[in-house]
Design a protein around this ligand. Sequence first.
Ligand code: ATR
Length: 295
Amino acid sequence: MSASQKQLFGLFAHPVGHSLSPVMHNRAFQALGLPFYYHPFDIPPERLPEAVAGLKALGIRGINVTIPHKENIVPLLDELDPEAEAIGAVNTVVLSETGRLVGYNTDGAGYVQSLLSETGINLKETNVLLLGAGGAAKAIAVYLIKHGCASLTIANRTEHKAETLAHHVQRYAAQSHDGKGSSSPVRINVHSWSQLDRDGVKAYQLIINTTPVGMWPNVGHVPLELKELSPGTIVSDIVYNPLQTAFLKAAEQRGAQVHQGLGMFIFQGALAFKLFTGYEAPLEVMRKVVEDQLN
Ligand code: ATR
């Protein structure tokens, strides 16, 4: 089949060079025998409006969006899915059959799917400590609330950002609780970062690092010293390069179950793949091609 007969998908980023999404999606298309192609587009911030307007004219069926466009693309779309709206950021855009650009955020959903499938956790009985208050933390917080974790405590180096995030997700929690009626609303708290060291983390059954601390090349760094953990605690890191961060190594030494960040990347891609194609993603094919690139 010639290139001109293929349906086009892509990634908008700046810079775009290091992303593993093109190889992951192209291998997945190949595995399912789909005549699709996924292309990385380097879009500087000032040209994002032109690039988005061009999607319809070019007939591009879907794109992923990453740094620095996830928030700036929101006002350029025709429709947002409710969770993307609550998060205020989009990582997947699909051109609907009626020709509308619809924005989704598969980061938070991808995180929770990976967590549930890889750890067997029961979120309804879990008090969660979320480290960090950036875009990834916001996406994850919304989906933890959607899945009804028992409580969510946010700690961030810059405390006022933890408070802003807590207020933001509180609104989402109240709305989703009203919608459901019966179950009790998720308790949302802020813990001062400096005091975490003193208080310890025994009150939490799931601790999630959403900061970039420990990411290659700063591989020896940890966001927080884990002194004492409760038995059965799960420690999770969204950093996936390296696959086993210093934080996860320290957690494992203290007897915790660990959850690596690669799953979030694979599942966010798999959810985008389903939105793009309507087919279930070949998860293991996607995981293998990404692992091969990281090794
Ligand atoms: P993203 O949008 O990808 O989540 P971000 O918005 O840059 O990334 O957020 C990074 C988060 O990691 C922030 O919460 C940041 O804390 P500050 O709000 O204090 O900047 C946190 N972070 C980054 N470097 C950190 C470090 N060395 N120690 C602790 N937290 C750090």
